[in-house]
Write a protein that binds this ligand. Structure first.
Ligand code: MG
Length: 269
C-alpha cells in the first residue's frame, strides 16, 4: 500500500494512493487518493468515502518524524571513497532534527553560511512502532514502510565543524516523499533496487541498494541498540556515489524503483 499525506488547501490528511504505477513507481494518469481518517500509523487504516485526483492535491512529507531522523554515513563504499573516507567498521550514525523535514515540491533553502550545498539521494526507512534493542532478524516487525529522502548537506560546514549537526540540520535539509510504500521488505532492497538522482534532468547518481555495506536489518539493530526508536522516526540509509553541488534554481529529483520520485528546487533562503 502507498500512504500519502496531502492537502487540498485545508488541514493535511492522509490517503491511500490507488492505481497502477509504471516500472519506476510513477503513478499513471488518473491516479486517485482515497482519504483516510486520521494518521494510519496510529489509528489503523480507516478509509473514508472521499477521493481526490492525485493531480488535484499537494503532497506533503508523508511522515513527520516523532523525534528524529537518523542518518547513516558512508554506507556505500564508492561514496565513502569519493569523499576520501574509509568504509566504517560499524554504521556511522548522525542525527538530523525533525525540523529539517520538507515535502515533495518544497524548496530546499540555500543557507548563507555555506558555499557548497550537496544533494544525497537515499532510501528512507520509516519506523512503525516504539522499539529498542531490535535483533536484525526481527527488524521487519518495526518497519512501517519505505520512502525517498534527500540528505541535503553543507559539505564545507561538514568538514569545518567535524560534527555533522549544522551541516545536515538546517530547515529544509531533509525532503521526504512522495509517499510511504508499506508492502516491501528489507530483502527486496538487499537484492538491489535502483537509486537515481537527476540534477536539472541529468543523471548524477545511479546506485543500487544491493551495495549498502550495512543492510536495513543491521542498521535497525545498530541504531536501536543505542536509542529508542519511536513510530514515525526515519532512518536514512546512506547515499551512493555521485554526490555534488546544487545551486539556487536547480531542480533535484531522486527516484527509487517502485517508490516513485521526490523532486525539490533549491531556493535562496
Ligand atoms: Mg547521507
Amino acid at each position: 500500500m502507498r500512504i500519502a499525506r496531502f492537502t487540498t488547501g485545508d488541514e493535511p490528511s492522509y490517503g491511500v494512493l490507488s492505481g497502477e504505477l509504471d516500472a519506476f513507481g510513477q503513478p499513471e494518469e488518473g491516479a486517485v487518493l482515497v482519504a483516510l481518517a486520521g494518521d494510519p500509523m496510529y489509528v489503523g487504516l480507516k478509509l473514508l468515502e472521499q477521493e481526490h485526483q492525485l493531480a488535484d492535491v499537494r503532497l506533503l512529507a508523508p511522515v513527520l518524524p516523532r523525534s528524529k531522523v537518523v542518518g547513516i554515513g558512508r554506507n556505500y563504499a564508492a561514496h565513502a571513497a569519493e569523499l576520501g573516507n574509509d568504509v566504517p567498521a560499524e554504521p556511522l550514525m548522525f542525527l538530523k532534527p525533525n525540523t529539517s523535514v520538507a515535502g515533495p515540491g518544497d524548496p530546499i533553502f540555500y543557507p548563507p553560511q555555506t558555499q557548497n550545498l550537496h544533494y544525497e539521494g537515499e532510501l528512507a526507512v520509516v519506523i512503525g512502532r516504539i522499539c529498542r534493542d531490535v535483533p536484525a532478524e526481527q527488524a521487519t516487525d518495526v518497519i512501517y514502510g519505505y520512502t525517498i529522502g534527500n540528505d541535503v548537506t553543507a559539505r564545507d560546514l561538514q568538514k569545518s565543524d567535524v560534527q555533522f549537526t549544522r551541516a545536515k540540520g538546517f530547515d529544509s535539509f531533509c525532503p521526504l516523499g512522495p509517499w510511504i510504500e508499506t508492502d516491501l521488505d528489507p530483502q527486496h532492497f538487499i537484492d538491489g533496487v535502483q537509486v537515481q538522482t537527476h540534477l536539472n534532468g541529468e543523471v548524477v547518481q545511479d546506485g543500487s541498494t544491493a551495495d549498502m555495506i550495512f543492510d536495513i536489518p543491521a542498521l535497525i539493530a545498530h541504531v536501536s541498540s543505542v536509542m529508542t526508536l519511536l513510530p514515525g522516526d526515519v532512518i536514512l540509509t546512506g547515499t551512493p556515489e555521485g554526490v555534488g553541488p546544487m545551486e539556487v534554481g536547480d531542480e533535484v529529483e531522486i527516484s527509487i524503483a517502485g517508490l516513485g520520485s521526490l523532486t525539490n528546487k533549491v531556493a535562496r533562503r
